[in-house]
Design a binder for this molecule. Structure first.
Ligand code: SF4
Length: 172
């Protein structure tokens, strides 16, 4: 696997061909004959979120109906950049910011006494594995959880990396 790809260096892995704008036009089909799309693993009901829960206040946190609908049309490839980067579950909640060069900085949320801890390396590692899987499976689109420091299409490390590599990221 390629080593860490961040910020300006993301361009170095932009060696995928133009991937088209519609996953339905994908040439790479799964064994079912449907196009393969990536999906956030927690959206499928796996307890891989930082708090290891699938329900909160009696409310389902995963996207049962949306996932069922997507399954009618696509073959789903569940991915979790946080655990694929080696982080345990449960784990501390994090947030992502970006430096001036477009490099992500992932920091543990809510530490006291000015203490700071970072998980940037793990997030980048996991995001690169997701990208690698997407390339292996010919994925042209990903359905990822919004507001996640890893998966969000705009502010997530993985969401941005996939977009930088011409994979459409739709918010779940
Ligand atoms: S990294 Fe993505 S798939 Fe993993 S728990 Fe967070 S939102 Fe879900």
């Amino acid at each position: 696997m390629d080593t860490v790809i961040i910020g300006k260096r993301w361009g170095e892995v932009n060696n995928t061909k133009a991937l088209g704008s519609d996953p339905d036009n994908a040439k790479d089909l799964g064994s079912s004959g449907k196009p393969v799309v990536a999906i956030s693993m927690c959206a499928c009901g796996i307890p891989c979120r930082y708090h290891a829960k699938t329900h909160k206040m009696g409310r389902r946190l995963y996207k049962e109906k949306k996932v069922a609908k997507l399954r009618e049309k696509y073959e789903l490839l569940p991915v979790c950049p946080e655990i694929m980067g080696g982080l345990p579950t449960p784990r501390p909640a994090c947030f992502t910011t970006w430096d001036d060069d477009g490099n992500p900085i992932v920091e543990v949320r809510g530490l006291k006494n000015g203490k700071r801890e970072f998980r940037t390396e793990e997030y980048i590692r996991g995001s690169n594995w997701v990208l690698w899987l997407c390339k292996e499976f010919g994925v042209k689109a990903a359905y990822l959880m919004k507001d996640s420091p890893a998966c969000d299409a705009d502010n997530g490390v993985c969401g941005r990396l996939l977009r930088e590599n011409n994979i459409i990221v739709r918010k779940l």
